[in-house]
Design a protein around this ligand. Structure first.
Ligand code: OGA
Ligand code: MN
Length: 359
């Protein structure tokens, strides 16, 4: 599902309205800056049609007319909740998470959520990795363990690797050229997803109940239950059973898709945005339906239930250029907490935690 700014898309895929919108908002760089990666400048993009729930919230508080089709929901929730007239089952709660909560869940997403038995995109190649964030901060490198062979065996498909272990970077350089290694910082930057609770198998696009797993942390469950209430029938409680954590770096996108592997679509997906601002595309039931574009900022929560579960959606881009990322309050909180490694990470990243009732 992931792509980057360098991916090419066959022309026929660009024929749908969803794909055209993805292309419109995707990150492109100015050609003149191509040669020097650091100075690359994002091409300006027309954002005039992107729904902005920050200003919608302002209008709502000031009793000013809301954009056409945006409807405040009367549901007794402790913050304003908005729905869209032509997308029943979709709910937007701007700034649902406090800055403190945002920091907390960013830290958990970097430290505890990727811990085994939770799986990440790195599992397929490296097997389970423990304490990646700590290793990245300590500038360690993950090194192939060749077992008794002590070096690479080209006759075996994975080179005969028994497993991978973290070492200090200076130890790695002394191991010589036969040593296969990758820095923990690079692995952290290449972390794309981790799964909590029931483990989602991305290769089969299904939940694999045979995989070992631990329950979603109780504090996250309680939070998700509370946030889900505007989309739940009166008196029913949301049961969080699985969660997917998506990590986005500059140029990363999440292509248009449906989340259709859960049994009961009347139950919402509770989706929390953390870190840099993003554009979210909410399409219709067909890729040909023109999607609605909206900004997702750190602390925003989106619920998708009922009919909205059948709507294509995706994230064509995030903003990491310091001007548009809109994470100033978050940066202040991290500095206040002296957490400079998480701060450095989130300055150019977005994290999305989406929590699901699977059965
Ligand atoms: C997903 C998803 C949206 C987001 O993971 O299925 O739709 O805001 N994420 O990142
Ligand atoms: Mn989704």
């Amino acid at each position: 599902m992931y792509g980057s700014e360098s991916s090419t898309v066959p022309e026929d895929l660009e024929r749908t309205a969803f794909r055209r919108a993805e292309k419109k908002y995707k990150l492109y760089y100015e050609d003149t800056y191509k040669s020097s990666k650091k100075k690359r400048k994002p091409k300006p993009v027309d954002l005039s049609e992107v729904l902005d729930f920050n200003s919608i919230l302002e209008s709502y508080y000031q009793n000013v007319e809301l954009p056409h089709g945006v409807v405040p929901l009367r549901c007794g929730f402790d913050r304003p909740v908005f729905s869209l007239e032509n997308r029943p089952g979709f709910y937007f709660i701007p700034g649902a998470l406090s800055v403190k909560e945002q920091c907390q869940w960013i830290k958990e997403s970097l430290t505890s959520f990727p811990q085994p038995p939770n799986r990440t995109n790195h599992n397929a190649f490296y097997g389970p990795i423990n304490d990646l964030f700590i290793a990245a901060n300590e500038r360690k490198a993950l090194v192939a363990d060749w077992g008794s062979n002590s070096e690479c065996d080209p006759s075996v498909s994975n080179g005969g690797v028994h497993g991978w272990k973290f070492f200090e970077e200076h130890e790695v350089s002394s191991k010589g050229s036969t040593c296969k290694s990758v820095s923990a910082l690079v692995l952290l930057r290449k972390l794309r997803w981790s799964t909590l609770g029931l483990q989602f198998d991305w290769s089969k696009r299904n939940y694999d109940v045979s995989l070992p797993h631990k329950k979603i942390p109780d504090t996250l469950c309680q939070l998700a239950k509370r946030l889900a209430t505007p989309a739940m029938p009166l008196g029913e409680e949301f049961q969080p059973e699985g969660a997917i954590v998506n990590y986005f770096g500059p140029g990363d996108m999440l292509g248009g898709h449906l989340d259709d592997m859960e049994a009961d679509w009347s139950k919402p997906i509770v989706s929390m945005s953390l870190g840099c601002k993003a554009i979210f595309l909410l399409g219709g039931k067909h890729r040909e339906d023109p999607p609605i574009a909206m900004f997702l900022r750190s602390g925003d929560v989106v619920l998708m239930a009922g009919e909205a579960r059948e709507c294509f959606h995706g994230v064509p881009r995030i903003f990491t250029d310091g001007e548009n990322d809109e994470i100033v309050t978050l940066e202040r909180q991290f500095s206040h907490e002296d957490d400079f490694s998480a701060l450095e990470y989130i300055r150019s990243s977005r994290i999305n935690i989406n929590i699901r009732q699977v059965y």
